[in-house]
Design a protein around this ligand. Sequence first.
Ligand code: HEM
Ligand code: SF4
Length: 615
Amino acid sequence: MAETIGAASSLSLGERMVRMQGYQGLRSVGFAAMPRPVRALPSPCSSSSSVVTAVSTPVKPDPTQVKRSKVEIFKEHSNFLRYPLKEELETEAANINEAATQLIKFHGSYQQTNRDEQPSGKVPNRLYLVMDDLADEFGIGTLRLTTRQTFQLHGITKFNLKTVLGTIIRNMGSTLGACGDLNRNVLAPAAPLMRKDYLFAQETADNIAMLLSPQSGSYYDIWVDGEKIMSAEPPEVVKARNDNSNGTNFPDSPEPIYGTQFLPRKFKIAVTVPTDNSVDILTNDVGVVVVSDADGEPQGFNIYVRWGDGKNPQMEATFPRLGDQLGYVPKEDILYAIKAIVVTQREHGRRDDRRYSRMKYLISDWGIDKFRGTVERYYGKKFEPFRELPEWEFKSYLGWHEQGDGAMFCGLHVDNGPSPLRGSLNITAMACPALPLCPLAIAEAERGIPDILKRVRAVFDKVGLKYSESVVIRVTGCPNGCAGLTWPSLDWSIWLGGTPNQMRLAETFMNKVKLHDLETVLEPLFYNWKIRRLRRESFGDFSMRIGFEKLRDLVEKWEGPAEARPRFGLKLFSDKETYEAMSEIAQTQNKTAHQLAMEVIRSYVASNKLAPESE
Ligand code: HEM
Ligand code: SF4
């Protein structure tokens, strides 16, 4: 992979620090590559915002490496995300221009959709009520919960944006950074368990969110006229942000970690505790797992990073691959280690082609050892070996649970889609909003999922799978995978092989399946799962064990269940007492209760069979 802008990796860190002081390289090199020169930092923006001419992300000296995506140029000229957003918001036009559209993502708005993010999913009551009112007053009356523990408000027009965002900020919410090229909402298990490791995971998520939040103040300039409404930061967060002992920072910049260019692409972090994969850890760029000692006292963290090769020119190229083990850090080092990872991506992630700008491509290109080595230079220490951890589980937290402090909490299921259907399929099914709410949608998802679940349920019935059986179904209206990339639909691609605990993600099984052909694919798959699976084998594990090639063959040659035995629907033993009595007798004859009952019924039927009518 070509390295594009970023620090010269061949220089030692010491040299790099020297060169970074007052460095203006990006701008001048960037200009040479641009079709028409633009002034460095146009400043018709707010009078309250001072024009900053300080440090920007340095570039490699090689002038051939200056190809950059358009968004990089918008960021560079934005005066830290202000220009031309502020001006565009003040025009009479219904929309804002392209540059402002890119910038407003950093502020948490995406074409009439606004995201409020709360680290580890905690929402104060007041903020919830405020969001609810805003949805009624300025949106379309709906408030959507997202898999990244954020709220989404839909249908906010440009003219109401300032009121809506201002109200959220004043009520201690934040949309800052919800959609741009920077760290997104930091996830942690949302369950209010009063266990030391859970509390520590949530505290760490909060601290990482603060560490990586933008510092230049443009957010407050634009939405609340420069008023700084921020909660106090713990001193260790401020110290970690300002620390430049390993050449991570732009010391004179209003954005000490991000510089003018921010990150090449969005960046996602989740923190959790061993076994709890409620945060879908491997879909994050960085996964952080609390490691505790035998007394349950948190001692440090295992860190995973996500990688993917992107070699395939197709859509698959941008599909997530499994995370890799970076190493272990003691707890006091976590903010420094996270910052080092972010800076490695800032410096070396691709900025020429946004399709390949996520950190996973950098890791895949370099290999984990080179990546780890570079991170260690910014971290200033070596990672310790990964600590052994138990198996992951999918925890839904539905229903009542002990909190650990004598109180209980209750997890409620929020159905996706407009007409909820009950049942085990629905508990894990998820759809993104898609049509008509999402401007990027090319297929139905939320509106279509109730019908899809009904059809899947019908296939279950047909092949004889029980009502309590389940597969995880995700439907999205485009490949962005907003519903947790398990089953995006692009002219209906079908992806299989994800595990229920989300530690293996689904892969493409078939492309271009027409919606009306869904059953022709699912029926043979589910039928074979039913008759060939191992004990307790999930559908995903089954698919991987049999192999996609064999499964495709089964789909192609499918002519209905082999012995399509009619189902008579005779349900024995609807009362427990009879069952137990029958079971007792059956045991003495070395039979099951069911076998004995069938014998009794058969002999009863035989002895009462009507003689054929004589003529
Ligand atoms: C309707 C408005 C929405 C729009 C316009 C939208 C837009 C996008 C875009 C453009 C991406 C890809 C971003 C990138 O690769 O940089 C994305 C990813 C994502 N969105 Fe949405 N989204 C919307 C709704 C939602 C909702 C409602 C949820 C959650 C329920 C959601 C959760 C996510 C997640 C988790 C990802 C990341 C997937 C991954 O790469 O791991 N989005 N969204
Ligand atoms: S997956 Fe695509 S269609 Fe669905 S909400 Fe995300 S961007 Fe929109």
